[in-house]
Design a protein around this ligand. Structure first.
Ligand SMILES: CC(=O)SCCNC(=O)CCNC(=O)[C@H](O)C(C)(C)COP(=O)(O)OP(=O)(O)OC[C@H]1O[C@@H](n2cnc3c(N)ncnc32)[C@H](O)[C@@H]1OP(=O)(O)O
Length: 168
């Protein structure tokens, strides 16, 4: 029998569960660690997957970077639930959110290339943005924006990862 779960908007009471879920991945340097305050500030970007008994078993966020552009970040599923469709359900929901927001491009930086390819993401190679947009984006203090621009200061984060893009 398929294991049951639901995907919903995150609540502030989920934040500690989200942080616990991603902590092992931060230790493995798969995801970037963030302070608790950053998670609370970003709670409206997050969707969570919840098991039938109320456990947070997955999370993911969509961070808007520009008029047409957002990043999928902090997508993670707990070890016990991998391979059960939770990651795909979360990513589908984040892409629905992106369409609702009127975005046309979604970026991600990942080791999970085949997983994202199944959702229409492709290696973005040397693709970049128009110089006027670049000049604006480069002003952001956000690490994800720097990763999208492939700035030298975030090279340690991007090492071994693939920069991928999906057009909606
Ligand atoms: C951009 C960022 O935020 S970082 C990048 C992503 N995150 C990470 O790398 C963190 C570590 N990884 C993870 O947490 C997980 O492995 C994730 C999020 C990448 C995938 O989560 P999962 O829940 O295991 O994915 P899901 O089960 O939906 O799909 C994985 C595979 O399981 C299989 N699968 C999918 N649905 C089902 C299902 N209903 N039943 C059984 N197997 C299934 C598929 O073969 C799928 O293969 P595919 O990825 O090649 O399409």
């Amino acid at each position: 029998m398929a294991q049951e779960f639901t995907v919903r908007r995150a609540r502030t009471s989920d934040v500690r569960g989200i942080q616990a879920l991603i902590e092992p991945l931060v230790q493995e340097r798969i995801l970037l660690g963030k302070d608790l305050v950053v998670f609370y500030e970003a709670v409206q970007e997050f969707r969570v997957a919840e098991s039938a008994d109320g456990e947070i078993i997955g999370c993911g966020a969509l961070h808007v970077m520009w008029e047409d552009l957002a990043e999928v970040r902090t997508l993670a599923v707990s070890d016990d639930w991998r391979g059960a469709g939770v990651g795909h359900a979360l990513l589908d929901r984040l892409l629905e959110d992106a369409a609702e927001l009127g975005l046309s491009r979604v970026f991600c930086l990942t080791f999970e290339v085949p997983f994202f390819e199944r959702h229409g993401f492709a290696d973005m190679g040397a693709e970049t943005v128009a110089p006027d947009v670049y000049a604006e984006l480069v002003r952001s203090p956000d690490e994800g924006v720097a990763e999208f621009l492939d700035l030298a200061r975030v090279k340690p984060n991007t090492l071994g990862n693939t920069r991928m893009l999906k057009r909606l």
